[in-house]
Design a protein around this ligand. Sequence first.
Ligand code: AMP
Ligand code: ZN
Length: 467
Amino acid sequence: MKVFNTLSKKKEEFIPLEQGKVRMYVCGPTVYNFIHIGNARPMIVFDTVRRYFEYKGYDVNYVSNFTDVDDKIIKKAIEEGVDSSVISERYIAECKKDMEGMNVKAATTHPLATQEIHGMIAMIEKLIEKGYAYRADDGTVYYRTRKFKDYGKLSHKNLEDLQAGHREIKVVGEKEDELDFVLWKPKKDGEPYWESPWCEGRPGWHIECSVMAKHYLGDEIDIHAGGEDLIFPHHENEIAQSEAANDCEFAKYWMHNAFLNIDNRKMSKSLGNFFTVREISEKYDLQVLRFFMLSAHYRSPLNFSAELMEASKNGLARILTAVNRLGELLPAAANGEMTAEEKVVCGQVKELVEKYEAAMEDDFNTADAIAAIFELVKLANTSLDEKSTKEAVEYVKNTLDTLCDVLGIITEKKEELLDADIEALIEERQQARKDKNFARADEIRDILATKGILLKDTREGVKWTRA
Ligand code: AMP
Ligand code: ZN
């Protein structure tokens, strides 16, 4: 499998640190508002990377943080007259709803920066001890950038050309050097703060990710990912912190998605040219948004437009209609052996699966993978019908289901049963048992099972859970 590594600017063969396992960290959003669809791009792209690794049999430990202490969160909290945790908790919950709508799997761990302060203090202490950081008179702790010999290796900048990144918050204090960046800063009035050996204050943004990655994944990880605006200074600074503190290479592969643009400009909150995921969900099923994002390679800029969303909607509908038709063919399909022609079709299906995999193995080329799915749809539409055998229909349908699932595209919407409906069915089943109508009782159990409802007979009665 080839992965484009920002470190080497080349596609490299993926070799995991530990066989069969992937340790992956994706920088998550700062939670002071609803996420916009630009923020959704890394979520969808790296969730798809994760899903492909899982499809290949890897056990993926996927960590993605929420930045829940930040100037913008504090500003909003002051505006609303509430604690900043009220703001961050609200938007974390909203973000999780959007993720669910986009079928982005929950991370193995979603750490919160505010819960990891002790780890940050420990790492900063280590950096000071090793001479990589120093405290200024006002209590600010800075990283001594020039001491880290590899500084600039990710962004391919040399020290002389560097200027402090635009995301860096300018602070009052005594920096030894322009390039030094903040690890810990003193509190201002009304801001959340923590005790530390240097002053009451809060961590800088970069140290948060170094520490959360270390805590949940260890000193060395396979993949670190995020949007390309994070390469410098955020990821460059993470490398400087982690490698100086831990004495080993931090991440082997650095993956960055290109921007989602609108009118060919980056969609961002500061420019005000954004749509939230929630706004889009009022017009489209969020599956369409996901499909739209994956229709381009993740390293290509993608321009958001109503036309492209309409095209994605139609493309997705074509796939779902084909899968649906196969589902409808199944109940009446013949039970016998596959015909010779069907075996040929299955051979063609296998070739398309190989084409799909080759696209995904080539640095997750989802655009080409989707093209292979469309070919498969065409093959299914033209070669399977009411006369086809169950085995052939099932084979093609399962293949389509699986390939779509790797992209996070849901082909079969499970009809959700309401709690009240479930309980009514359970009651009917109890009555059927009393009446010794075991056929009906079993039938109800099966109906519930197909909807993902599992029943357990206990001494206190029937208990149920959603699978
Ligand atoms: P932020 O909340 O600004 O830290 O962003 C969270 C994630 O979204 C980061 O990985 C950013 O790089 C990414 N991101 C923000 N805006 C865009 C955009 N317009 N296109 C693609 N990724 C973006
Ligand atoms: Zn980060």
